[in-house]
Design a protein around this ligand. Structure first.
Ligand SMILES: Cc1cc2nc3c(=O)[nH]c(=O)nc-3n(C[C@H](O)[C@H](O)[C@H](O)COP(=O)(O)O)c2cc1C
Length: 153
């Protein structure tokens, strides 16, 4: 099975929960590893030579979390085999604005180790900073699993 890494930098658990839901949906077709960037280093991912990478992006102060962006930039420095497929999703508490994710998009476009970026991203709104997700989120997450399976083929 192809290896996919899912990484998050969850503080309140929202992005971690959705990362787990995506992992659960993908595990019948892929060898999925999931962890917080607080517990792993870019080298841990690089050594696995993953086929796919899914990045959970928490929105902080109207922007993509700078810590996970820095992790991705550092991953690019140590990786030896390009990652074929990269996707990202976001959790946020305010009304969604496209510019929230601009920073993450820029980071991924800048790094050299990525072959293809999923044209569709998932954004999940939370009922406040600590969640839970708004009604209908589970169906949206389920649909994104199908999108990822098609993209990660
Ligand atoms: C310091 C801070 C700033 C935040 N700024 C925003 C923001 O600008 N826009 C937004 O939609 N949500 C904002 N949020 C809400 C988070 O994006 C949301 O709670 C997210 O799901 C947190 O993910 P986590 O539970 O994985 O840490 C902010 C949360 C915190 C703690």
């Amino acid at each position: 099975m192809k290896k996919i890494w899912i990484i998050h930098n969850s503080l309140h658990g929202n992005s971690e929960k959705i990362s787990k839901q995506l992992a659960e949906g993908l595990k019948d077709s892929y060898d999925v590893s999931l962890d917080s960037i607080k517990s792993i280093s870019p080298d841990d991912i690089a050594k696995d030579e993953p086929y796919g990478l899914i990045v959970a992006v928490r929105i902080v102060a109207f922007s993509s979390d700078p810590e996970i962006r820095e992790f991705i930039t550092n991953l690019d420095k140590v990786i030896t085999k390009p990652i074929s497929k990269v996707a990202y999703f976001s959790t946020h508490a305010l009304g969604w604005k496209k510019f929230f994710i601009k920073g993450m998009k820029k980071t991924i476009e800048k790094i050299g180790c990525v072959e293809e970026v999923c044209p569709e991203y998932l954004e999940v709104k939370m009922q406040g900073q600590k969640g839970p997700a708004v009604e209908g989120a589970d169906a949206k997450i389920g649909e994104y699993v199908l999108t990822l399976k098609e993209f990660m083929k």
